[in-house]
Write a protein that binds this ligand. Structure first.
Ligand code: GUN
Length: 293
């Protein structure tokens, strides 16, 4: 068997087209232009590359964008003051502070400072709480992207065994919550594995849908996958650079061998990555609509 490749790039492209229409209508009928402010502190190349992609995506869709690149030495109080200014800026529907932040800045303090109405990353405790009780405003982008990938690829989650490897606040915990909810009929039975799990392979081999979000290159091998399972690879591990200095990425799944066992699989790059950015755009449009009643 060779697995069907789930193209996040293609699905994200379709969502982008839907958003383009929605943004044009908002502009023409209501004079609303969604706006996204991004803040990046320091010079981490991976973070810079992610933020640049987000700014470019805004430009391609007609979303107003304002990027604030700040030096790594920025004081926490100055960052909080900038967030406060953006909270009050009517051109800005959504605010994104790229994480991780430098060690001298308390990340949770900064994320809580973002107005929940502008929390397009879905990291604010209010957004997380709303997700947990099944009344979400903004779902965080990677988990929401995974849900859309499954929905739009016709992969049934209701009654399915979903096993997630990784318990981060950005991916593992929220995707577990989203897929177990009744909302939209997700209704999966969810297991989360992590570094203290006794026998990870015993769990992953039960999975109808296996989500790898560990941050270790090719951690999931073919013997850990049930034949016919859907495998979603959230990993973006840098394993080198091309001669032109471009980052070479590899997922958390041993793609070449797992695709011979799985029923469907996402590639890296071109799988979950493009979905994360398009869901950020969708959240920004949603924030703009909510702000205008
Ligand atoms: N760092 C890695 N992923 C993300 C993300 O989705 N949002 C933010 N703000 N920072 C990140």
């Amino acid at each position: 068997m060779t697995a069907r490749i789930i193209s996040g790039a293609a699905i994200a492209g379709r969502i982008r087209e839907e958003l383009k229409t929605e943004i044009a209508e908002l502009k023409e009928r209501h004079g609303i232009v969604p706006g996204l402010a991004t803040i990046i502190v320091g010079e981490d190349p991976a973070s810079q590359s992610y933020v640049n992609s987000k700014v470019k995506a805004c430009q391609a869709l007609g979303i107003f964008s304002l990027n604030h690149p700040l030096p790594g030495s920025t004081l926490e109080s100055d960052l909080l003051a900038l967030v406060d200014t953006l909270n009050c800026d009517h051109r800005i529907s959504g605010i994104l502070v790229q994480v991780p932040l430098p060690e001298h800045i308390d990340e949770s303090k900064v994320l809580v400072a973002i107005s929940p109405e502008k929390d397009v990353d879905g990291f604010h405790p209010v957004s997380v709480g709303r997700m947990v009780i099944g009344q979400p405003t903004f779902l965080s982008c990677t988990p929401a992207g995974i849900q859309q990938l499954l929905l739009r690829s016709g992969i049934k989650t209701s009654g399915s065994e979903v096993v997630i490897v990784g318990r981060s606040n950005i991916v593992g915990k929220p995707v577990a919550n989203i897929l177990m909810q009744k909302a939209q009929g997700a209704n999966a039975t969810v297991t989360i594995c992590h570094s203290a799990t006794r026998d990870i392979a015993a769990h992953t081999r039960r999975a109808d849908i296996l989500i790898a979000a560990i941050g270790q290159p090719r951690f999931i091998t073919a013997d850990m996958v049930k034949p016919g399972a859907t495998v979603i690879d959230v990993g973006t591990n840098e394993i080198g650079k091309t001669a032109e200095g471009k980052r070479i990425l590899c997922g958390d799944v041993d793609f070449d061998n797992v695709k011979a066992v799985a029923g469907a699989i996402t590639p890296v790059p071109g799988g979950v990555g493009p979905m994360t950015i398009v869901m950020l755009m969708a959240n920004t449009v949603k924030a703009a609509k909510l702000a205008h009643g």
